[in-house]
Ligand binder design. Sequence first.
Ligand code: ADP
Length: 421
Amino acid sequence: MKKRYIYIGVFLVSIVGLAIVQYQYLRIGLSLAKVQFDSKIDRVGTLVANSLKEENKLTYLIGEGIRRDTSFFKVSVDSLQNVGNMFLDDFIRDQLLNQGIESDFTYTLYTKDSSYVLHSTNSFEGMDNVDSYPIDLEGYFPQLLGKPTVLDLKFENLHNYFLAKLNGLTFPSILFLIGICATIFWVLRTYYWQSNVITTTNEFINNLTHELKTPVFSIGLATKILDESANEKQKPVLGIIRQQVGRLSGHIEKVLELASLESGKSVITLTKVDFKPYLENLCAEFKTLVAIENGIFNYDLAGENYVLNAEVFHLENAINNILDNAKKYSPEPEIHLKAYKDGHRLIVEVTDNGIGISKEESQRVFRKFYRVTNGDLHSVKGYGLGLSYVKKVIKKHGGKVQMSSEEKKGTKFRLTIPILS
Ligand code: ADP
Protein backbone atom coordinates (compact mmCIF):
# COMPACT_ATOMS: atom_id res chain seq x y z
CA MET A 1 0.00 0.00 0.00
CA LYS A 2 1.23 3.50 -0.80
CA LYS A 3 2.53 5.56 2.10
CA ARG A 4 0.11 8.41 1.44
CA TYR A 5 -2.91 6.08 1.82
CA ILE A 6 -1.49 4.94 5.17
CA TYR A 7 -1.19 8.59 6.27
CA ILE A 8 -4.72 9.39 5.07
CA GLY A 9 -5.96 6.31 6.97
CA VAL A 10 -4.10 7.39 10.13
CA PHE A 11 -5.57 10.88 9.78
CA LEU A 12 -9.15 9.61 9.38
CA VAL A 13 -8.78 7.21 12.32
CA SER A 14 -7.31 10.05 14.44
CA ILE A 15 -10.16 12.42 13.59
CA VAL A 16 -12.82 9.79 14.34
CA GLY A 17 -10.91 8.88 17.55
CA LEU A 18 -10.75 12.52 18.56
CA ALA A 19 -14.49 12.93 17.94
CA ILE A 20 -15.22 9.83 20.07
CA VAL A 21 -12.95 11.11 22.87
CA GLN A 22 -14.71 14.49 22.72
CA TYR A 23 -18.10 12.74 22.89
CA GLN A 24 -16.96 10.71 25.92
CA TYR A 25 -15.71 13.91 27.58
CA LEU A 26 -19.11 15.45 26.92
CA ARG A 27 -20.87 12.47 28.50
CA ILE A 28 -18.58 12.58 31.55
CA GLY A 29 -19.15 16.35 31.70
CA LEU A 30 -22.93 15.84 31.68
CA SER A 31 -22.75 13.20 34.43
CA LEU A 32 -20.54 15.47 36.55
CA ALA A 33 -22.91 18.39 35.98
CA LYS A 34 -25.82 16.19 37.11
CA VAL A 35 -23.94 15.12 40.29
CA GLN A 36 -23.09 18.76 40.99
CA PHE A 37 -26.70 19.79 40.38
CA ASP A 38 -28.03 17.06 42.72
CA SER A 39 -25.74 18.14 45.54
CA LYS A 40 -26.81 21.77 45.11
CA ILE A 41 -30.48 20.73 45.17
CA ASP A 42 -29.77 18.78 48.38
CA ARG A 43 -28.44 21.95 49.94
CA VAL A 44 -31.44 23.95 48.71
CA GLY A 45 -33.73 21.21 50.08
CA THR A 46 -32.17 21.43 53.55
CA LEU A 47 -32.34 25.24 53.57
CA VAL A 48 -35.96 25.30 52.37
CA ALA A 49 -37.01 22.58 54.85
CA ASN A 50 -35.34 24.52 57.71
CA SER A 51 -37.02 27.78 56.73
CA LEU A 52 -40.45 26.16 56.49
CA LYS A 53 -40.06 24.39 59.86
CA GLU A 54 -41.22 27.30 62.02
CA GLU A 55 -44.37 29.31 61.94
CA ASN A 56 -43.75 32.69 60.35
CA LYS A 57 -45.52 35.06 57.97
CA LEU A 58 -44.67 32.92 54.92
CA THR A 59 -45.58 29.53 56.39
CA TYR A 60 -48.74 30.93 57.96
CA LEU A 61 -49.90 32.44 54.65
CA ILE A 62 -49.17 29.21 52.72
CA GLY A 63 -50.76 27.10 55.47
CA GLU A 64 -53.99 29.07 55.29
CA GLY A 65 -53.93 28.84 51.49
CA ILE A 66 -53.48 25.06 51.38
CA ARG A 67 -56.20 24.62 53.99
CA ARG A 68 -58.44 27.01 52.00
CA ASP A 69 -59.13 28.84 55.27
CA THR A 70 -60.01 32.52 54.65
CA SER A 71 -61.21 33.28 58.21
CA PHE A 72 -58.06 35.36 59.02
CA PHE A 73 -57.22 37.04 55.69
CA LYS A 74 -60.81 37.68 54.55
CA VAL A 75 -60.13 37.25 50.81
CA SER A 76 -61.25 34.65 48.29
CA VAL A 77 -59.55 31.19 48.42
CA ASP A 78 -58.05 31.73 44.93
CA SER A 79 -56.53 35.08 45.89
CA LEU A 80 -55.17 33.63 49.10
CA GLN A 81 -53.59 30.67 47.24
CA ASN A 82 -52.20 32.97 44.50
CA VAL A 83 -50.47 35.21 47.02
CA GLY A 84 -49.14 32.18 48.92
CA ASN A 85 -47.83 30.73 45.65
CA MET A 86 -46.16 34.00 44.72
CA PHE A 87 -44.28 34.21 48.01
CA LEU A 88 -43.29 30.54 48.02
CA ASP A 89 -42.17 30.76 44.38
CA ASP A 90 -39.98 33.81 45.12
CA PHE A 91 -38.56 32.14 48.22
CA ILE A 92 -37.57 28.92 46.37
CA ARG A 93 -36.18 30.88 43.37
CA ASP A 94 -34.03 32.91 45.77
CA GLN A 95 -32.63 29.77 47.40
CA LEU A 96 -31.89 28.21 43.98
CA LEU A 97 -30.18 31.36 42.69
CA ASN A 98 -28.05 31.46 45.84
CA GLN A 99 -26.74 28.02 44.80
CA GLY A 100 -26.22 29.17 41.21
CA ILE A 101 -29.20 27.33 39.70
CA GLU A 102 -31.09 29.35 37.10
CA SER A 103 -33.17 26.54 35.64
CA ASP A 104 -36.98 26.86 35.43
CA PHE A 105 -38.90 24.92 38.10
CA THR A 106 -42.36 24.08 39.42
CA TYR A 107 -43.38 22.76 42.77
CA THR A 108 -46.25 20.99 44.53
CA LEU A 109 -46.87 21.18 48.25
CA TYR A 110 -48.96 18.21 49.32
CA THR A 111 -49.75 15.83 52.16
CA LYS A 112 -48.87 12.22 51.45
CA ASP A 113 -52.53 11.15 51.42
CA SER A 114 -53.22 13.97 48.89
CA SER A 115 -55.91 15.52 51.03
CA TYR A 116 -54.15 18.89 50.79
CA VAL A 117 -52.45 19.96 47.56
CA LEU A 118 -51.03 23.31 46.45
CA HIS A 119 -49.63 23.57 42.90
CA SER A 120 -47.34 26.35 41.67
CA THR A 121 -48.91 28.62 39.07
CA ASN A 122 -46.78 27.32 36.17
CA SER A 123 -46.59 23.57 35.51
CA PHE A 124 -44.68 21.04 33.33
CA GLU A 125 -47.63 18.67 33.08
CA GLY A 126 -47.52 16.45 30.00
CA MET A 127 -43.85 17.14 29.38
CA ASP A 128 -41.21 14.42 29.15
CA ASN A 129 -37.90 14.51 30.96
CA VAL A 130 -39.12 16.05 34.18
CA ASP A 131 -36.76 15.52 37.15
CA SER A 132 -38.39 15.49 40.55
CA TYR A 133 -36.73 16.37 43.90
CA PRO A 134 -39.12 15.75 46.85
CA ILE A 135 -38.31 17.47 50.15
CA ASP A 136 -39.88 15.99 53.31
CA LEU A 137 -41.04 18.86 55.50
CA GLU A 138 -40.91 18.79 59.29
CA GLY A 139 -42.34 21.02 61.95
CA TYR A 140 -45.04 23.55 61.09
CA PHE A 141 -46.76 22.01 58.03
CA PRO A 142 -47.07 18.36 59.18
CA GLN A 143 -48.34 19.64 62.52
CA LEU A 144 -50.81 22.09 60.93
CA LEU A 145 -52.13 19.59 58.37
CA GLY A 146 -51.82 16.57 60.72
CA LYS A 147 -50.10 14.48 58.01
CA PRO A 148 -46.61 14.01 56.56
CA THR A 149 -46.08 16.85 54.08
CA VAL A 150 -43.83 17.03 51.02
CA LEU A 151 -42.60 19.91 48.86
CA ASP A 152 -41.85 18.41 45.46
CA LEU A 153 -39.50 20.50 43.24
CA LYS A 154 -39.59 19.68 39.54
CA PHE A 155 -37.14 20.65 36.78
CA GLU A 156 -37.84 20.15 33.12
CA ASN A 157 -35.25 18.73 30.65
CA LEU A 158 -32.12 19.14 32.73
CA HIS A 159 -30.14 17.55 29.90
CA ASN A 160 -30.63 20.63 27.72
CA TYR A 161 -29.84 22.87 30.68
CA PHE A 162 -26.50 21.08 31.28
CA LEU A 163 -25.70 21.09 27.56
CA ALA A 164 -26.29 24.83 27.44
CA LYS A 165 -23.85 25.17 30.37
CA LEU A 166 -21.26 22.99 28.56
CA ASN A 167 -21.69 24.74 25.21
CA GLY A 168 -18.71 26.90 26.07
CA LEU A 169 -16.63 23.71 25.56
CA THR A 170 -18.66 21.72 23.02
CA PHE A 171 -18.89 24.33 20.30
CA PRO A 172 -15.17 25.26 20.31
CA SER A 173 -14.29 21.52 20.20
CA ILE A 174 -16.53 20.97 17.17
CA LEU A 175 -15.22 24.14 15.54
CA PHE A 176 -11.57 23.10 16.10
CA LEU A 177 -12.28 19.63 14.67
CA ILE A 178 -13.87 21.21 11.60
CA GLY A 179 -10.86 23.56 11.40
CA ILE A 180 -8.39 20.64 11.46
CA CYS A 181 -10.38 18.74 8.80
CA ALA A 182 -10.62 21.81 6.56
CA THR A 183 -6.87 22.51 6.86
CA ILE A 184 -5.90 18.90 6.14
CA PHE A 185 -8.30 18.83 3.20
CA TRP A 186 -6.69 22.00 1.82
CA VAL A 187 -3.15 20.61 2.35
CA LEU A 188 -4.06 17.35 0.59
CA ARG A 189 -5.66 19.21 -2.31
CA THR A 190 -2.58 21.39 -2.68
CA TYR A 191 -0.33 18.32 -2.43
CA TYR A 192 -2.21 16.45 -5.18
CA TRP A 193 -2.27 19.55 -7.33
CA GLN A 194 1.49 20.06 -6.85
CA SER A 195 2.38 16.45 -7.53
CA ASN A 196 0.24 16.66 -10.66
CA VAL A 197 2.17 19.72 -11.80
CA ILE A 198 5.51 18.01 -11.04
CA THR A 199 4.52 14.90 -13.00
CA THR A 200 3.37 16.99 -15.97
CA THR A 201 6.57 19.07 -15.87
CA ASN A 202 8.72 15.94 -15.69
CA GLU A 203 6.86 14.39 -18.61
CA PHE A 204 7.26 17.58 -20.60
CA ILE A 205 11.02 17.75 -19.92
CA ASN A 206 11.31 14.09 -20.80
CA ASN A 207 9.46 14.47 -24.09
CA LEU A 208 11.33 17.63 -25.00
CA THR A 209 14.75 16.11 -24.39
CA HIS A 210 13.77 13.03 -26.39
CA GLU A 211 12.65 15.27 -29.25
CA LEU A 212 15.96 17.16 -29.08
CA LYS A 213 17.96 13.97 -29.43
CA THR A 214 17.04 13.34 -33.09
CA PRO A 215 18.07 16.76 -34.49
CA VAL A 216 21.27 16.73 -32.40
CA PHE A 217 22.14 13.30 -33.77
CA SER A 218 21.39 14.47 -37.35
CA ILE A 219 23.57 17.58 -36.93
CA GLY A 220 26.40 15.35 -35.64
CA LEU A 221 26.04 13.03 -38.62
CA ALA A 222 25.87 15.91 -41.12
CA THR A 223 28.99 17.48 -39.58
CA LYS A 224 30.85 14.19 -39.93
CA ILE A 225 29.91 13.94 -43.65
CA LEU A 226 30.85 17.56 -44.26
CA ASP A 227 34.15 17.03 -42.43
CA GLU A 228 35.25 14.47 -45.00
CA SER A 229 35.12 16.95 -47.89
CA ALA A 230 35.93 20.13 -45.93
CA ASN A 231 38.95 22.30 -46.74
CA GLU A 232 41.42 23.63 -44.19
CA LYS A 233 39.45 26.85 -43.70
CA GLN A 234 36.20 25.04 -42.99
CA LYS A 235 37.65 22.39 -40.65
CA PRO A 236 37.96 24.61 -37.53
CA VAL A 237 34.34 25.78 -37.97
CA LEU A 238 33.15 22.20 -38.23
CA GLY A 239 35.27 21.42 -35.17
CA ILE A 240 33.38 24.06 -33.18
CA ILE A 241 30.03 22.66 -34.41
CA ARG A 242 31.10 19.15 -33.39
CA GLN A 243 32.23 20.35 -29.98
CA GLN A 244 28.99 22.24 -29.32
CA VAL A 245 26.85 19.34 -30.54
CA GLY A 246 28.85 17.10 -28.17
CA ARG A 247 28.10 19.43 -25.26
CA LEU A 248 24.43 19.65 -26.18
CA SER A 249 24.03 15.88 -26.37
CA GLY A 250 25.88 15.61 -23.01
CA HIS A 251 23.30 17.94 -21.44
CA ILE A 252 20.43 15.99 -22.99
CA GLU A 253 21.84 12.73 -21.63
CA LYS A 254 22.11 14.27 -18.15
CA VAL A 255 18.47 15.33 -18.12
CA LEU A 256 17.32 11.96 -19.44
CA GLU A 257 19.38 10.03 -16.91
CA LEU A 258 17.87 11.98 -14.05
CA ALA A 259 14.35 11.67 -15.46
CA SER A 260 14.72 7.91 -15.81
CA LEU A 261 16.03 7.67 -12.25
CA GLU A 262 13.08 9.71 -10.96
CA SER A 263 10.39 7.96 -12.94
CA GLY A 264 10.64 5.04 -10.50
CA LYS A 265 11.19 2.66 -13.44
CA SER A 266 14.62 2.11 -12.01
CA VAL A 267 17.14 1.76 -14.78
CA ILE A 268 19.85 0.85 -12.31
CA THR A 269 20.81 -2.79 -12.29
CA LEU A 270 23.49 -3.48 -9.76
CA THR A 271 26.08 -6.08 -10.64
CA LYS A 272 29.19 -7.23 -8.84
CA VAL A 273 32.12 -5.34 -10.31
CA ASP A 274 35.63 -4.17 -9.42
CA PHE A 275 35.17 -0.43 -9.69
CA LYS A 276 38.84 0.49 -9.18
CA PRO A 277 39.91 0.27 -12.88
CA TYR A 278 36.93 2.41 -13.90
CA LEU A 279 37.75 4.99 -11.24
CA GLU A 280 41.40 5.01 -12.32
CA ASN A 281 40.40 5.58 -15.93
CA LEU A 282 37.98 8.31 -14.98
CA CYS A 283 40.63 10.10 -12.89
CA ALA A 284 43.23 9.88 -15.66
CA GLU A 285 40.81 11.40 -18.19
CA PHE A 286 39.82 14.15 -15.79
CA LYS A 287 43.48 14.95 -15.10
CA THR A 288 44.02 15.63 -18.82
CA LEU A 289 40.90 17.79 -18.93
CA VAL A 290 41.97 19.88 -15.91
CA ALA A 291 45.50 20.22 -17.25
CA ILE A 292 44.14 21.80 -20.48
CA GLU A 293 42.61 24.54 -18.33
CA ASN A 294 45.85 24.92 -16.34
CA GLY A 295 44.37 23.37 -13.23
CA ILE A 296 45.79 20.75 -10.88
CA PHE A 297 44.21 17.39 -10.19
CA ASN A 298 45.74 14.69 -7.99
CA TYR A 299 44.27 11.39 -7.13
CA ASP A 300 45.14 8.67 -4.75
CA LEU A 301 43.37 5.33 -4.94
CA ALA A 302 44.42 3.20 -1.98
CA GLY A 303 43.85 -0.54 -1.70
CA GLU A 304 43.78 -3.45 -4.12
CA ASN A 305 40.35 -3.54 -5.67
CA TYR A 306 36.96 -2.01 -4.99
CA VAL A 307 34.44 -4.79 -5.44
CA LEU A 308 31.02 -3.20 -5.37
CA ASN A 309 27.46 -4.00 -6.26
CA ALA A 310 27.20 -1.22 -8.79
CA GLU A 311 25.97 0.12 -12.08
CA VAL A 312 29.24 1.46 -13.47
CA PHE A 313 27.68 3.91 -15.93
CA HIS A 314 25.71 5.83 -13.28
CA LEU A 315 28.43 5.63 -10.62
CA GLU A 316 30.98 7.03 -13.06
CA ASN A 317 28.55 9.80 -14.02
CA ALA A 318 27.98 10.68 -10.37
CA ILE A 319 31.70 10.96 -9.58
CA ASN A 320 32.22 12.87 -12.83
CA ASN A 321 29.53 15.35 -11.77
CA ILE A 322 31.35 16.02 -8.50
CA LEU A 323 34.70 16.43 -10.26
CA ASP A 324 33.07 18.65 -12.91
CA ASN A 325 31.58 20.86 -10.20
CA ALA A 326 34.94 21.05 -8.40
CA LYS A 327 36.46 22.38 -11.64
CA LYS A 328 33.50 24.62 -12.51
CA TYR A 329 33.31 26.30 -9.14
CA SER A 330 37.08 26.78 -8.58
CA PRO A 331 38.58 29.79 -10.36
CA GLU A 332 42.08 28.24 -10.13
CA PRO A 333 41.30 24.56 -9.65
CA GLU A 334 43.36 22.47 -7.25
CA ILE A 335 41.37 19.31 -6.92
CA HIS A 336 42.15 16.16 -5.02
CA LEU A 337 40.40 12.79 -5.16
CA LYS A 338 41.11 10.21 -2.52
CA ALA A 339 39.59 6.74 -2.44
CA TYR A 340 40.10 4.12 0.26
CA LYS A 341 38.40 1.23 1.94
CA ASP A 342 37.10 1.59 5.47
CA GLY A 343 35.79 -1.75 6.69
CA HIS A 344 32.88 -2.69 4.46
CA ARG A 345 32.72 0.71 2.83
CA LEU A 346 34.42 2.45 -0.03
CA ILE A 347 35.07 6.13 0.68
CA VAL A 348 35.59 8.55 -2.17
CA GLU A 349 36.54 12.10 -1.17
CA VAL A 350 36.79 14.98 -3.59
CA THR A 351 38.28 18.21 -2.26
CA ASP A 352 38.55 21.51 -4.12
CA ASN A 353 39.80 25.04 -3.42
CA GLY A 354 36.80 26.75 -5.02
CA ILE A 355 34.23 29.33 -4.03
CA GLY A 356 32.60 27.05 -1.44
CA ILE A 357 28.97 26.86 -0.37
CA SER A 358 27.41 28.74 2.54
CA LYS A 359 25.81 26.82 5.43
CA GLU A 360 22.28 27.91 4.47
CA GLU A 361 22.71 26.66 0.92
CA SER A 362 24.43 23.39 1.80
CA GLN A 363 21.19 21.35 2.11
CA ARG A 364 19.44 23.05 -0.80
CA VAL A 365 22.14 22.30 -3.40
CA PHE A 366 21.00 18.65 -3.49
CA ARG A 367 17.52 19.67 -4.63
CA LYS A 368 16.62 19.26 -8.25
CA PHE A 369 17.09 22.46 -10.33
CA TYR A 370 18.55 24.32 -7.34
CA ARG A 371 21.49 26.58 -8.06
CA VAL A 372 23.27 28.98 -5.72
CA THR A 373 22.56 32.46 -7.01
CA ASN A 374 25.00 35.28 -6.83
CA GLY A 375 22.89 38.44 -6.90
CA ASP A 376 20.53 36.73 -9.38
CA LEU A 377 23.45 36.00 -11.64
CA HIS A 378 24.97 32.61 -12.41
CA SER A 379 28.54 33.16 -13.40
CA VAL A 380 28.93 29.42 -14.11
CA LYS A 381 26.47 27.66 -16.38
CA GLY A 382 24.48 24.65 -15.22
CA TYR A 383 21.00 23.24 -14.65
CA GLY A 384 21.07 22.44 -10.96
CA LEU A 385 20.69 18.75 -11.77
CA GLY A 386 24.19 17.40 -11.03
CA LEU A 387 24.07 17.01 -7.25
CA SER A 388 20.48 15.80 -7.18
CA TYR A 389 21.59 13.09 -9.65
CA VAL A 390 24.61 12.22 -7.47
CA LYS A 391 22.42 11.87 -4.39
CA LYS A 392 19.92 9.61 -6.18
CA VAL A 393 22.61 7.36 -7.70
CA ILE A 394 24.53 6.93 -4.45
CA LYS A 395 21.29 6.21 -2.59
CA LYS A 396 20.44 3.51 -5.16
CA HIS A 397 23.86 1.98 -4.37
CA GLY A 398 22.96 1.92 -0.68
CA GLY A 399 25.43 4.67 0.13
CA LYS A 400 25.35 8.29 1.27
CA VAL A 401 26.74 11.67 0.24
CA GLN A 402 28.19 14.12 2.74
CA MET A 403 29.41 17.60 2.07
CA SER A 404 31.43 20.10 4.06
CA SER A 405 32.27 23.47 2.70
CA GLU A 406 33.63 26.84 3.65
CA GLU A 407 32.93 29.90 1.55
CA LYS A 408 35.90 31.16 -0.46
CA LYS A 409 38.01 28.23 0.82
CA GLY A 410 36.64 25.14 -0.87
CA THR A 411 34.35 22.17 -0.69
CA LYS A 412 34.72 18.52 0.20
CA PHE A 413 32.35 15.80 -0.97
CA ARG A 414 32.50 12.41 0.68
CA LEU A 415 30.77 9.41 -0.87
CA THR A 416 30.32 6.26 1.17
CA ILE A 417 29.38 3.14 -0.78
CA PRO A 418 29.02 -0.37 0.66
CA ILE A 419 31.75 -2.73 -0.49
CA LEU A 420 31.49 -6.49 -1.09
CA SER A 421 34.23 -8.13 0.91
P1 ADP B 1 24.87 22.93 -11.47
O1 ADP B 1 26.33 22.77 -11.22
O2 ADP B 1 24.44 22.45 -12.79
O3 ADP B 1 24.36 24.28 -11.13
P2 ADP B 1 24.58 21.01 -9.32
O4 ADP B 1 23.38 20.29 -8.84
O5 ADP B 1 25.74 20.21 -9.77
O6 ADP B 1 24.08 21.97 -10.46
O7 ADP B 1 25.04 21.96 -8.17
C1 ADP B 1 24.08 22.75 -7.47
C2 ADP B 1 24.74 24.00 -6.95
O8 ADP B 1 25.65 23.65 -5.93
C3 ADP B 1 25.54 24.73 -7.98
O9 ADP B 1 24.76 25.68 -8.66
C4 ADP B 1 26.64 25.38 -7.17
O10 ADP B 1 26.22 26.65 -6.75
C5 ADP B 1 26.79 24.50 -5.94
N1 ADP B 1 28.00 23.65 -6.01
C6 ADP B 1 28.06 22.37 -6.38
N2 ADP B 1 29.32 21.89 -6.29
C7 ADP B 1 30.07 22.90 -5.83
C8 ADP B 1 31.47 23.04 -5.52
N3 ADP B 1 32.34 22.04 -5.65
N4 ADP B 1 31.89 24.25 -5.05
C9 ADP B 1 31.02 25.26 -4.91
N5 ADP B 1 29.70 25.20 -5.19
C10 ADP B 1 29.23 24.03 -5.66
